[in-house]
Design a protein around this ligand. Structure first.
Ligand SMILES: [Fe+2]
Ligand SMILES: [Fe+2]
Length: 679
């Protein structure tokens, strides 16, 4: 673990920060920063252009295959920086909405497989022949990538975990990344192809809209400063300058690595040093050029090993097709079949084709040109705070804390226990027959079921019902405020880049994005609900302000379900089936009869109806959130075996009932249950 304070100190150490005197609140000065960022990168880009001009077609392919893997951590890191900036504690703030909009564009805005990361995956598949590194999310496992490629990337991922304490730094770093346009390393990978450039330009929407992500990042910076005051300027400057320093260093270092990579011996020595630890386990009797192979392997001198291999009977200099190392030894009946990957074989083939080499190789390997800077290794060993046992907090006390992303270990424990206790109650409700979902899931079943539920809800409206009194309407609106002001909170975890564009998670992210207004204040559900509250009750403090949860107009029980939403929303993987069930229950509740009934009551007393009208539309069962909830469930369950589906479906049903679980049993209920079990 590492603390926000030590990360802050790390960022503050970036060179050049003292020279930047930009006023981040001034649009003209922000534009000047963008020009400056581009000019500085242009100077580094010239080195890349010179390299490009030297390359033949085959060499170009080869270096692009290397570059696309080496650049993957940076791209990945950039996509993990801002995913948690917009959360329940700040969901009405304009800067948070702007950042969510940038993130939504990055992740494909609800289209499965359309995120920048997933599109990059396709690019890796296209450019790199390798099996390794095809999934950018797993790029950390690719031992071929230089350690230095993670200096910037790992820090970006870590910063993303501190969206509150390091918010100014995140806004500053994000602004720089969006200001850059296509980085020299990405321009080299794009090779002039417009589609690739669009994907790799962090200023542009990878899906092709004309949205300017730098303009959104600038708007977020200005909006935040308007709210937080000039003290936040320093943090922003640190984030901006640190990102600039790191990005420029990364582009220079990768260029140096690629220039060296033109020598076929570089890839070959890198391969030997990576495979050496495993190879040491074998080759007891093999000799290379009269020297025992095992002792050569144990030496950790890959150049010396290559010299002996080149002089051995396994290799014919300049003739890969005539070399047993690449023919008989690795054939399906050879001793080394499948010992080398396709990528390894290509590396050895190129090395043999180049033999003998006229010049001495460089003493240091290419990967030494881009090393781990060691900054994070020091921080990760840091003792931050020892976990404490769960504290018992009443929901009303827990609410203002759980609105936040950064919690103490005790608060995290509390959240987890709260979810578990709540789900036990919900499971009891399922056992008592309170789940209206079908007992078994099969493809198509949910769609039919949704239509039935919709019809039932509308039929109920046709029954004559008394209009609730004005006092009842006001009481309901106020009591629902702690819940509605965190609309979408149960889906917060689906903003994570690994879920937001997945087959089952993309619609859940889009639902969350809709709840929070798609970047527009006028469409933000908490903002709209606050307008309704203002009309019926008057002004209330900001949701995360200390006075909100303490407001006298709320009862203690008004916080019970909101705390469950906030708590379960933190665990999109552990409680995925329960969240999917809860989401369906939530999106369906009110659609048809419920919202229309409330609409009538609001009209009768002259209150704004926008909140219920928009929900009756947006949550609709054909193409709205309810339909997406069912489609997400279908996509999720389809990926599992029949037996697993039954288990997951049971958890989904519990999640469904969790929207409205039975209250604690009375003594009479417990007595009846005991009697039933005895009979
Ligand atoms: Fe909503
Ligand atoms: Fe919704």
């Amino acid at each position: 673990m590492c603390s926000a304070a030590s990360l802050r100190a790390c960022l503050a150490a970036a060179p050049g920060a003292a020279q930047v005197e930009t006023d981040f609140a001034c649009p003209q000065q922000l534009a000047g920063l963008a020009t400056d960022a581009a000019q500085r990168l242009q100077a580094i880009g010239q080195g890349w252009q010179r390299l490009q001009q030297r390359l033949g077609e085959h060499e170009g392919q080869l270096l692009r295959a290397k570059a696309v893997r080496e650049a993957a951590p940076l791209l990945l890191g950039s996509q993990h920086l801002i995913h948690a900036v917009c959360a329940s504690w700040n969901n009405e703030a304009r800067y948070a909405m702007a950042m969510l909009q940038v993130h939504a564009l990055d992740v494909g805005g609800g289209r499965p497989g359309a995120s920048r990361i997933q599109r990059y995956r396709e690019l890796m598949r296209e450019l790199a022949p390798s099996d390794a590194g095809e999934d950018p999310q797993a790029i950390g496992d690719d031992s071929g990538v230089c350690d230095g490629a993670f200096n910037l990337a790992a820090m970006l991922v870590l910063l993303g975990h501190f969206p509150e304490s390091l918010l100014p730094q995140i806004l500053g770093a994000n602004l720089y990344l969006r200001h850059c346009g296509v980085l020299p390393m990405f321009a080299f990978i794009a090779d002039g192809q417009p589609e690739r450039e669009r994907l790799l330009d962090l200023r542009r929407d990878p899906s092709g809209s004309a949205q300017d992500l730098a303009a959104l990042a600038e708007a977020a910076v200005r909006e935040y400063l308007a709210q937080a005051g000039p003290a936040a300027q320093q943090g922003m400057r640190q984030g901006y300058c640190w990102a600039r320093w790191q990005v420029e260093s990364a582009n220079s270092a990768l260029l140096a690595v690629l220039e060296r990579w033109l020598d076929p011996r570089e890839a070959a020595r890198d391969l030997i040093s990576r495979r050496r630890p495993d190879a040491c386990q074998y080759h007891e009797k093999t000799r290379l050029n009269k020297v025992p192979m095992r002792s050569l392997l144990e030496e950790d001198d890959s150049l010396r090993f290559l010299e002996h291999l080149a002089a051995s009977a396994y290799v014919r200099a300049g003739n890969p097709q005539g070399s047993p190392l690449l023919t008989t030894l690795v054939s399906p009946r050879g001793k080394m079949f499948r010992i080398f990957s396709r990528d390894d074989l290509a590396i050895l083939e190129r090395w043999i084709a180049g033999l003998p080499y006229a010049e001495q190789p460089q003493p240091q390997p290419a990967r030494a040109l881009w090393k781990d800077d060691g900054l994070l290794a020091g921080l990760l060993g840091e003792e931050v705070e020892a976990p404490i046992l769960a504290t018992r907090l009443a929901p009303r006390q827990a609410y203002p804390r759980l609105l936040h992303v950064e919690l103490t270990p005790a608060e995290q424990n509390h959240a987890r226990h709260y979810v578990n206790r709540w789900l036990v109650k919900a499971a009891r409700g399922v056992a008592k027959g309170r789940c209206p979902l079908p007992e078994h899931w099969a493809p198509g079943v949910l769609r039919e079921w949704l239509q039935q539920q919709h019809a039932l809800s509308n039929q109920a409206l046709e029954q004559p019902q008394d209009l609730p009194s004005r006092e009842e309407v006001i009481a309901d609106i106020v009591a629902l405020a702690p819940l509605t002001m965190i609309d979408g909170a149960w889906l917060a975890g689906f903003a994570h880049p690994s879920l937001a564009a997945s087959a089952f998670g993309s619609r859940l992210f889009e639902t969350l994005y809709d709840e929070l207004g798609n970047g527009l204040e006028a469409q933000n559900h908490p903002v709209i609900y606050r307008q309704l509250l203002r009309a019926v009750h008057g002004e209330l403090p900001a949701t995360a302000a200390p006075g909100y949860a303490a407001a006298e107009c709320f009862a203690d029980e008004d916080f019970e379900l909101p705390v469950f939403w906030l708590a379960i929303g933190r665990y999109p993987q552990s409680y995925c089936p329960e969240i999917l069930g809860l989401n369906l229950a939530m999106e369906l509740s009110g659609v048809g009869g419920g919202y229309r009934r409330t609409h009538k009551a609001l009209v009768a007393y002259g209150y704004p109806t926008l909140f219920v009208d928009l929900h009756n539309a947006i949550d609709n069962i054909s193409t709205g959130h309810s339909a997406w909830a069912a489609a997400s469930l279908d996509a999720y369950l389809s990926a599992f075996s029949t037996r697993d589906r039954d288990e997951l479906w049971a958890r989904i049903r519990t999640g469904y009932v969790a929207l409205n679980p039975p209250r604690e049993d009375t003594m009479l209920d417990k007595f009846k249950e005991t009697m039933r079990s005895l009979l």
